[in-house]
Design a binder for this molecule. Structure first.
Ligand SMILES: NC(=O)c1ccc[n+]([C@@H]2O[C@H](COP(=O)([O-])OP(=O)(O)OC[C@H]3O[C@@H](n4cnc5c(N)ncnc54)[C@H](O)[C@@H]3O)[C@@H](O)[C@H]2O)c1
Length: 358
């Protein structure tokens, strides 16, 4: 089944507008994106494609590396056009990458991001965040003209935070189990952050770390199993929305245009060795209320409270909400898209996808 391109021109223009003059730093540069076939990776590529098509004085070259463990091999060329400056390769970052080009930026976004999939692939999840990070940092170390390395960590490194630490600032150290069912993701992201920081301290690699808080938007696959694509799929095919437990657990959801602009600002303007929360602090909502919102957005939708399924890792955090003060102060980051607007855009996109109708 076909998946149409996830980024509308308006979305891409909004991201580029948000970056302002900083976008020109990519002119003539070479950027390696690991996980380039994933949800976020494909949005980055859409932005770079657009920059090359009319914004930059000299195109940038993009190398997208993915082993397609969860990524979609066909998605990069979903709109049928090719940019000769964008190269897509199969590569597993758990092994050293034979890249011979001079690199200026590295975005390490490869990972297994959805709880259902990281439960299925726990060792691969650890490999991409630990060995994969080390391999890419080794590559970074050999590139003397490197201007930025961005490690994609996660808000999950905070675990189930003490209520007094919600909204959660970067200084909160986390409350995480090392042996629980989420540990393969949470702990490997934590170690990925440690390794990243050491390369900055010992080898002066210009690293920054981003901790995304639940990004959503067009491009998420119907079988991604994260809550928004899952609810959307179930609602569009007329099935009741499964709300785990009492549904009082909260998340904040950040629309992808805000998030991608925030990630690129972190890469371009973040202080070396520092971590930044990126998300939307205004959109905190319980899973029960999120499902109820769907009953209004997609008439005829119902919801059903169910016990946690075996395929879903237990011990999920009760609240998740970022403190974005640091990102605002250091990067000039601010989210713009409220939940209802973002959901309406996502649902409109999903309605156009064959996969969301099957
Ligand atoms: N999207 C979010 O809300 C969110 C939140 C927190 C953290 N993150 C992190 O951001 C990154 C990107 O997230 P996403 O939403 O695009 O995830 P995604 O699952 O859609 O994409 C990740 C991509 O990485 C690829 N991959 C996995 N292991 C690999 C390996 N060893 N070598 C090469 N490629 C590999 C997958 O095939 C996939 O295409 C991930 O590291 C994720 O953990 C995302």
């Amino acid at each position: 089944m076909s998946q149409k391109p996830q980024s509308s021109d308006d979305d891409v223009d909004r991201i580029i507008g948000n970056l302002g003059d900083d976008a020109h730093r990519f002119a003539g540069k070479t950027v390696l994106i690991s996980g380039g076939a994933g949800f976020l990776g494909r949005h980055f590529i859409a932005v770079f494609r657009r920059l090359n098509a009319g914004v930059l004085s000299k195109p940038c070259k993009i190398i997208s590396a993915d082993n397609f463990i969860t990524g979609d091999q066909t998605a990069l060329h979903g709109d049928g056009t090719r940019d000769p400056n964008i190269v897509e390769v199969w590569a597993d970052v758990s092994y050293p990458l034979p890249v011979r080009e001079d690199l200026h930026f590295i975005l390490h976004a490869a990972g297994v991001a959805s709880p259902v999939y990281y439960m299925k692939y726990p060792l691969e999840t650890i490999e991409s965040a630990v060995q994969g990070t080390k391999n890419l940092l080794e590559l970074a170390r050999r590139n003397k003209d490197l201007e930025g390395f961005l490690f994609f960590s996660s808000s999950e490194i905070y675990g189930d935070p003490d209520p007094k630490s919600v909204p959660t600032p970067e200084t909160y150290h986390g409350y995480v189990s090392s042996v629980g069912p989420r540990a393969c993701y949470d702990e490997s992201k934590r170690l990925g952050e440690t390794i990243t920081t050491i390369y900055q301290q010992q080898h002066n690699v210009p690293v920054t770390i981003v901790r995304p808080f639940n990004v959503f938007g067009p491009g998420m696959k119907h079988n991604d199993r994260r809550v928004i694509p899952m609810f959307t799929y179930q609602a569009l095919v007329g099935q009741a929305l499964p709300v785990h437990g009492d549904g009082r657990q909260t998340r904040t959801f950040c629309y992808v245009t805000d998030a991608i602009a925030g990630f690129l600002k972190t890469l371009l303007k973040g202080k070396p060795g520092e971590a930044y929360n990126i998300g939307n602090a205004d959109n905190e909502i319980s899973m029960h209320d999120l499902a109820s919102l769907y009953t209004k957005l997609i008439p005829g939708t119902s919801l059903q409270h169910i016990p946690y399924p075996d395929t879903y890792p237990a011990g999920e955090p009760q609240r998740r909400c970022p403190d974005l003060t640091k990102a605002a102060q250091h990067l000039g980051y601010a989210s713009e898209v409220d939940l209802q607007t973002g959901l309406a855009q996502f649902i409109a996109w999903a309605r156009e996808q064959d996969s969301y109708r099957a």
